[in-house]
Design a protein around this ligand. Structure first.
Ligand code: URA
Length: 426
């Protein structure tokens, strides 16, 4: 690659509001991955991008350069491949029932996932509460499992978009995470490198999400879909509500248990609705005509789940870990639960030990919050509203503080919740 570029010239160009050329982008990402461009230079460039943005073509090129910084998986399976990515929410366990459901309908679902950071949980942390289950697979194991079971949920391999891994860590400590082109290119570089032919994005909107407002979430969804299309990946985005936690369980083992309920034909209505809506969109992109609601009800998705867990060393029938300590929050009055804030519940679960503050921190498998009532349900004064679970009872006061003002009981039922707010198709 040409070396006549200088990092300072690239930084100045973006600082002064210019477009970056394809050659500048290719050079700076490659040089940063190899260590020739220093962290302080990339920090300055990330801040210039944060302040001055990148247009759709720059963002697509930036994504391409990050994909090319590592390997692109060659999934060669004989079924259509389709994946889902969520921008992160509270109680968002949808991958757990969704991956086996879509596989049971005939697609192959390679879901390379991450761990939780902050108030949103991570799929790998949840699955690691299943005794014996292992997140790390080799590329050969991923492809073999996709062929045999149809679904794999595992950790991203080291070689996938290394430029993003370095840049995301840098953005985390330089106040440059919340930029639409940087978020969109970060998410899509990993998904494109993963090699699925189709992708459905679940872009969360509301207090528990990255994007608090519908216009911001729509801008992110448009950027994500446009990058997917540019790279030949059939891509759709659902904008979905994240102002209230999804389902009743927020944590790790408690979310696995709720997902198993869904796979056995029960579970909370919102989790079932979103699982079926995302499955329908994934199957449509994959060109498969199947009725996901019927397949879920038939028990076939549960069979695929059990095979998926066993293939990664887990025991789907083993009892899940339970936290040592429980603390109940009672309803303050008779009435209707009018609100239950996703962010407040997410922070409470995190403080109880379900999440981590730094990447290297451990998580507690049994910790979390059970929402015993959801908005719109009638409650009586003193009735248990929330159940906090933890192995470290010292964490309870911090969790209770996070929940202050996070729920309300009144006379008027809240407006009914619309879960899927919009769908964007590439
Ligand atoms: N998730 C990612 O993978 N990257 C971001 O930049 C933000 C969320």
């Amino acid at each position: 690659m040409s070396t006549h570029f200088s990092a300072v010239d690239v930084i100045r160009a973006k600082r002064d509001g210019q477009r970056l050329t394809d050659a500048q982008i290719d050079w700076v990402i490659d040089a940063y991955t190899r260590g020739t461009v220093a962290d302080e230079q990339m920090s300055a460039l990330a801040m210039a991008i944060f302040l001055n943005g990148m247009d759709a073509a720059e963002t697509a090129r930036w994504t391409r350069a990050m994909v090319l910084s590592g390997e692109r998986l060659d999934l060669h399976v004989d079924r259509p491949t389709v994946d889902k990515h969520s921008t992160g929410g509270v109680g968002d366990k949808i991958t757990l029932p969704l991956a086996p459901l879509v596989a049971a309908c005939g697609a192959a679902v390679p879901q390379l996932s991450g761990r939780g950071l902050g108030h949103t949980g991570g799929t790998l942390d949840k699955l690691e509460s299943v005794p014996g289950w292992r997140a790390r697979l080799t590329t050969a194991e991923i492809t073999a499992q996709l062929g045999e079971v149809g679904a794999v949920v595992c950790a991203a391999t080291e070689g996938l978009a290394p430029a993003d891994r370095k840049l995301y860590a840098l953005r985390d400590v330089t106040g440059t995470v919340e930029s639409v082109p940087l978020i969109a290119s970060s998410i899509m570089s990993k998904k494109i490198a993963e090699g699925a032919e189709s992708l459905v994005l679940d872009v969360k909107v509301g207090s528990g999400a990255f994007m608090k407002s519908l216009p911001d979430a729509r801008r992110l969804a448009e950027a994500l879909v446009s990058i997917g299309v540019e790279h030949g990946v059939r891509t759709s985005a659902l904008l979905t509500d994240m102002s209230v936690p999804l389902g009743r369980a927020v944590g790790n083992a408690v979310e696995v248990a709720e997902s198993v309920d869904v796979l056995r034909g029960g579970g909370p209505a919102d989790v079932v609705e979103l699982t079926v809506a995302l499955a329908a969109e994934m199957l449509s992109l994959a060109g498969i005509s199947a009725d996901p609601a019927a397949v879920l009800a038939s028990g076939e998705a549960y069979e695929t789940w059990a095979r998926m867990i066993r293939a990664q060393g887990g025991d789907p029938e083993a009892p899940l870990p339970v936290a040592a300590h429980r603390h109940v929050v009672p309803a303050p009055a008779d009435g209707v639960l009018t609100s239950l804030d996703a962010y407040a519940v997410g922070v409470a679960a995190w403080r109880l030990g379900a999440g981590r503050a730094r990447k290297e921190d451990p998580v507690q498998a049994g910790a979390g919050v059970l929402c015993l009532a959801k908005p719109g349900e009638r409650v009586q004064a003193g009735q248990p509203l929330l159940e906090l679970r933890t192995d470290t009872p010292d964490a309870v006061p911090g969790a209770l503080e996070a929940l202050e003002g996070g729920y309300a009981v009144g006379d008027e039922p809240p407006r009914s919740r619309v879960l899927v707010l919009d769908t964007l198709r590439g």
